[in-house]
Design a protein around this ligand. Structure first.
Ligand SMILES: [Zn+2]
Length: 57
């Protein structure tokens, strides 16, 4: 089962595995016209980036 159910925020286009978080994101995005880092860190895109975000320390 690779077809994971995700929810998309129609405002910013990010995807969430949790519909509640997607709703939070949509509410925030439509209200503030910007993204809340605390919310988008839970997005599918954000968790995918984690594996690659190695700083050149
Ligand atoms: Zn959003």
């Amino acid at each position: 089962m690779t077809d994971k159910k995700v929810y998309q925020c129609p405002e910013c286009g990010l995807h969430y595995e949790d519909g509640k978080t997607a709703n939070k994101c949509e509410a925030w995005c439509s209200k503030y016209k910007s993204c809340n880092l605390e919310i988008i860190k839970d997005s599918v895109e954000s968790s995918q980036q984690k594996t690659e975000s190695k700083g050149s320390a």
